[in-house]
Write a protein that binds this ligand. Structure first.
Ligand SMILES: [Mg+2]
Ligand SMILES: [Zn+2]
Length: 164
């Protein structure tokens, strides 16, 4: 059955910005992301991004610009001979009380249905407690990325320890 790595975006794939990523040059992709994704894929997992983008409904970011930002990520990965399977985003602000903004598991559940994913064999990696809460609610293992760690380090460690 299909298994997946769900990845948070801001703070994991690209540098977090307190004032939101609103345009292309604010989207700074972290070094070695492509290598981390290659390792994940080599173990037979889908790679799916699950991201809160309340900047959209705060009217700071258009869907068109969000798509451009994600195209930048996809072309970066393509240049490095890898890819991701899907990006799911929540456009809502906390006050809208939607079912998709993390810590709610709505987007993960949607991905489970879309790709027929075995959640018990899947992981979510994020740099916020809300990512871990969403993972728990959805039923997969959550891994908190510490400020001092990169995705590549965490992924390398995870698969190394599986070998032992
Ligand atoms: Mg984050
Ligand atoms: Zn939402």
């Amino acid at each position: 059955m299909t298994k997946a790595f769900f990845l948070d975006r801001d703070g994991v794939i690209n540098q977090e910005r307190k004032d939101y990523v609103k345009k292309l040059d604010e989207f700074e992709i972290i070094d070695d992301i492509a290598d981390a994704i290659k390792i994940i894929k080599s173990h037979g997992f889908l790679v799916i991004i699950i991201t809160n983008q309340s900047a959209i409904n705060r009217k700071l970011l258009s869907i068109e610009m969000l798509n451009k930002i994600h195209e930048k990520l996809k072309s970066h990965l393509k240049k490095n001979n890898t890819s991701i399977d899907k990006i799911y985003f929540c456009p809502h602000t906390p006050s809208e009380k939607c079912k998709c903004r993390k810590p709610k598991p709505g987007l993960i559940i949607q991905a489970i249905n879309d790709f027929n994913i075995d959640i018990s064999q899947s992981f979510m990696i994020g740099d916020s407690k809300t990512d871990i809460e969403a993972a728990k609610s959805a039923g997969c293992k959550g891994i908190l990325l510490k400020k001092s760690q990169t995705l590549l380090e965490v992924v390398s460690d995870l698969f190394e320890s599986e070998k032992r």
